[in-house]
Design a protein around this ligand. Sequence first.
Ligand SMILES: [Zn+2]
Length: 108
Amino acid sequence: MCSSASVVRPVGLSGAGDPSGEVLREIPLPPYVTGEDAQFAARAVVVHAPQRWSGGTICRSEASPHPCRLHRWGRRVLVLHGLPPAEIDALIERGDPNAEPRPHRPGA
Ligand SMILES: [Zn+2]
């Protein structure tokens, strides 16, 4: 419990570079995953889906090695949202960026 990572919402994903010069390695996760976050994450993993390439698997969106940063972020958010990995894989396979990610609630 010593992580004091400053929590920043991923609003400026396409914004200009960080003035501190720090490289964005991992996108910070939201402190609490809202439905809106989950929706955005679902879109991220679908848009940044893996694509097979002769040299391996790449991101369909930006052609960087898969999983790219945004895909990893989306996956983690969806896991926090309560989606089992199988459900996330199914979401990616469906390829619908507007799919509504629902947390699994057994017995609900
Ligand atoms: Zn990507």
